[in-house]
Design a protein around this ligand. Structure first.
Ligand SMILES: [Zn+2]
Length: 300
């Protein structure tokens, strides 16, 4: 008599009954791409390597990140050397063939769009610059749309069984995002031409999109923290009437901005940089909050 293990039968039945047994495991380098993935692949298990309160330039290649990367079917990262200090280490240690550069499983957002501020010549005296252009792409709604289109395509390549649903999710995202973009632009119109001092080029695309002018940078050189000599050199600009606020992200050290604010009448604005914390659950809420905060501070 052939005995069939009943546990085995139960396991088979469970597999057959699980609708998305093939749900993708996706590794996002930054929470903004985890948020985009949630729009396009809500069934997937998405893990973000960083939070909105972490500086994405500087991340430790922790064992937990290596373990996540080892299991992932797809990794989605900003690219343009944003993660140059940590992603290659993760890729090497995770040793996941699917996520090697050039494989379909390794998706870089910056490769899908034209970046701002590309440099043809870079030398060490320029600081920690991004020669492939600015990688802080996610405040460009048009670039995010292009990235979403390329990402939906890539999801379909990696998981052909669900290709149609990725395309349907993309279509829904395109419609809602395009409508939201028009509303944001109308609302943010008073921000055009307003001057600010900011920290790094973290909001480069936001300012470019909304016509805000970054007239000073708290960094003496890209990637270098503010020095007292450099901050002192900004006092005149801060008091010139040409800028309305000192802006930094919530992951950056506020001391330089606060120092400058104490020597001028300028308010300090700590803007949220990404999704997934502080009650910001998706890209729409992120854009809403940032635009509302800018309007309140720069146009009052
Ligand atoms: Zn940067």
């Amino acid at each position: 008599m052939v005995r069939i293990n009943s546990n085995w039968i139960a396991a088979c039945a469970a597999l057959l009954l699980t609708p998305s047994a093939s749900a993708l495991e996706i590794f996002a380098c930054e929470p903004e791409y985890a948020a985009l993935l949630t729009e396009l692949a809500p069934e997937a298990e998405v893990y973000s390597a960083t939070t909105a309160l972490q500086d994405p330039h500087h991340v430790q290649a922790r064992p937990s990140l290596i373990a996540k990367m080892r299991k992932a079917d797809l990794a989605v990262c900003a690219g343009a050397a944003l993660e140059v200090g940590w992603l290659p280490v993760l890729q090497m240690k995770a040793n996941n063939r699917k996520l090697r550069d050039g494989q379909p499983g390794m998706f870089y957002a910056a490769d899908q769009v034209e970046t701002l501020d590309q440099l043809t010549q870079v030398d060490r005296t320029m600081g920690d610059v991004h020669p492939e252009g600015n990688p802080h792409l996610h405040f460009s709604p048009y670039r995010m749309l292009t990235i979403a289109q390329a990402l939906a395509q890539r999801l379909g390549e990696i998981d052909p069984a669900n290709k149609a649903s990725y395309q349907a999710n993309l279509a829904a995202f395109e419609q809602r995002w395009t409508e939201a973009t028009a509303k944001w632009e109308a609302k943010a119109a008073p921000l055009r031409g307003q001057g600010v001092i900011a920290y790094h080029t973290a909001f480069r695309y936001l300012f470019d999109w909304l016509g805000i002018e970054q007239r000073g940078d708290l960094e003496p050189k890209p990637g270098l923290p503010p020095t007292s000599a450099h901050l002192a050199s900004l006092v005149e600009l801060a008091n010139s009437g040409q800028v309305k606020a000192v802006i930094h992200t919530r992951f950056q050290d506020p001391r330089g901005a606060n120092w400058l604010a104490q020597r001028s009448e300028l308010p300090v604005l700590a803007l949220p940089y990404s999704t997934g914390s502080e009650g910001i659950d998706n890209l729409y809420q992120l854009y809403d909050q940032v635009i509302d905060a800018l309007l309140a501070e720069l146009t009052s």
